[in-house]
Design a protein. Sequence first.
Length: 83
Amino acid sequence: MGGWQVQEAKQRFSEVVRRAVSEGPQVVTRHGEEVAVVVDIAEYRRLTGGAPDFRRFLLAEPDWADDVEFPRDRDLPREVDFD
């Protein structure tokens, strides 16, 4: 796995991408700490292939049983003293 400092990765971004495609994931560090990884799109799709699309997940109807009820508490919120 290749390693790049943020500043160097910014200056040589095309090379970072080229190496991600040809050599594998490229790790980006800031102050010696790993902060990001640049990966080939095929690897990204392999890694996220089983993950549902977040928008579709939110728009999907939940599969609740017909007898499930979610009663709402109609009490007013409690008083909070910020002093």
